[in-house]
Design a protein around this ligand. Structure first.
Ligand code: LLP
Length: 386
């Protein structure tokens, strides 16, 4: 385990920091690109929200995949990293005029729209510029993904997308606009999905909807975007460093009915970057309570929010000790009771100054860091730079 981390090189670095294994990132990118390339018309867009570190984005860009963005800032970050605007899709329920304008000026591939007022806004800004914006309608498929309630998105009660009852009106609205071109439908059911049947259920919904649109309106659109959501094994990062992209794409190839020439788009975030990243932190103190021992580390919930926000589990490893195991709670220094990374876990006897790695932290780790308690943002170190 420890062989994957150059601990001796960490000695001189300020902690906490995210450590990225560039070889694993490249291996994962090459797997996702080559597995998708087995099927004609499959396109992968990396969901930048998972990690927008500029160096990491450049490696993503080199792989040739596109980008899925949810803000104007992400659109600009994608393009700055070298991802061509022609491979950028832009989703989100609250795109501002400024963000829409910047994306039109950049010439992105497609806006995934989520409401009637948004359609009016894009039309007005495209008209001002004398351009035609490509539009996909984000449809809420009402599919329950078996994942955490905070990261399921495809239910009728979620804020995302257009419900079935409103879909015809929304299509009419886009079709009536001079500066909009309807080019596709967009779906996304949630994140960290490990049950492949959830994606099969999405395919069934998309097939049914496409059949209905063809029968009732004679409408067949050139692009179907099925979103992202493929999960990773937080419990076994070394056994499953690269997700099973082959099975994922094969499922869509088998279950999604495609009309002639139809292109399929995927927006994968977590599955591409989660396993290549670990949060490296140093033990500040080991404190013995009455019934517990606390390992107090110099990383806090502001550096890695997932455990506090979702009760998420990240494997924690002591990189400096191989002594006999003891039971600890691993906590941060932030003034919140929820600043806990894990409870009652076994670690080799841990001392002040030891390095710990919180694994599978490449996705929604650095990207969600913030500065609460006047804490500095965590650093980022790439394996080929030290
Ligand atoms: N497409 C759309 C429309 C999305 O909303 C998302 C994620 C993705 C693609 C990428 O999903 P992925 O392949 O990464 O599962 N912060 C949470 C996850 C939030 C996901 C939000 N949407 C976490 O740390 O678990």
């Amino acid at each position: 385990m420890m062989k994957n981390f150059p601990v001796e090189k960490f000695e001189s670095l300020d902690t906490p920091f995210y450590y990225y294994d560039v070889n694993l990132l490249k291996e994962t990118l090459s797997a996702v690109a080559s597995e998708a390339a087995k099927y004609d018309g499959f396109h992968v867009h990396y969901a930048i929200k998972a990690n927008f570190n500029p160096r990491l984005l450049r490696v993503v860009a080199e792989s040739g995949i596109g980008a899925d963005c949810v803000s104007g800032g992400e659109v600009l970050a994608a393009i700055a990293a070298g991802i061509p605007a022609s491979k950028v899709v832009f989703a989100g329920v609250g795109k501002t005029d400024k963000e829409i304008a910047a994306s039109l000026d950049a010439g992105i591939f497609c806006f995934n729209v989520e409401s009637l007022p948004e359609i009016e806004a894009i039309e007005a800004l495209a008209a001002e510029r004398g351009v035609v914006a490509q539009i996909a309608i984000r449809v809420n498929p009402n599919v329950a993904a078996h994942t955490h309630a905070n990261i399921t998105t495809g239910l009728a009660e979620n804020k995302f997308g257009v419900n079935y009852e409103q879909l015809n009106d929304v299509i009419d609205c886009v079709e009536a606009k001079e500066h909009l071109k309807l080019v596709g439908l967009h779906f996304h059911i949630g994140s960290q999905i490990l049950d492949i049947n959830d994606f099969v259920a999405l395919c069934d919904k998309v097939n049914e909807l496409q059949r209905m649109l063809k029968e009732t309106r004679g409408l067949v659109l050139p692009n179907i975007n099925v979103g992202g959501g493929l999960g990773v094994r937080y419990d076994a990062p070394d056994e499953y460093p690269v997700p099973d992209f082959a099975h994922y794409f094969e499922t869509y190839a088998k279950c999604l009915h495609r009309y002639e020439g139809q292109q399929v788009h995927f927006e994968l975030g977590r599955s591409i970057v989660a396993q290549c990243g670990s949060l490296i932190t140093r033990v500040t103190y080991v404190k013995k309570g009455t019934r517990k021992q606390f390992v107090i580390v110099d990383a806090g919930m502001n550096d890695l929010l997932r455990p506090a926000l979702y009760g998420a589990h990240h494997n924690i490893e002591n990189l400096s000790s191989s002594a006999v195991e003891e039971t600890y709670d691993v906590v941060g220094p932030v003034c919140e009771s929820s600043d806990v990374f894990d409870k009652d876990i076994q670690l080799p006897e841990t001392r002040r100054g030891d390095f710990l790695a919180m694994r599978t932290a490449g996705a929604y780790g650095e990207a969600m860091a913030f500065g609460y308690n006047c804490r500095a943002l965590p650093g980022a170190v790439f394996s080929d730079e030290i």
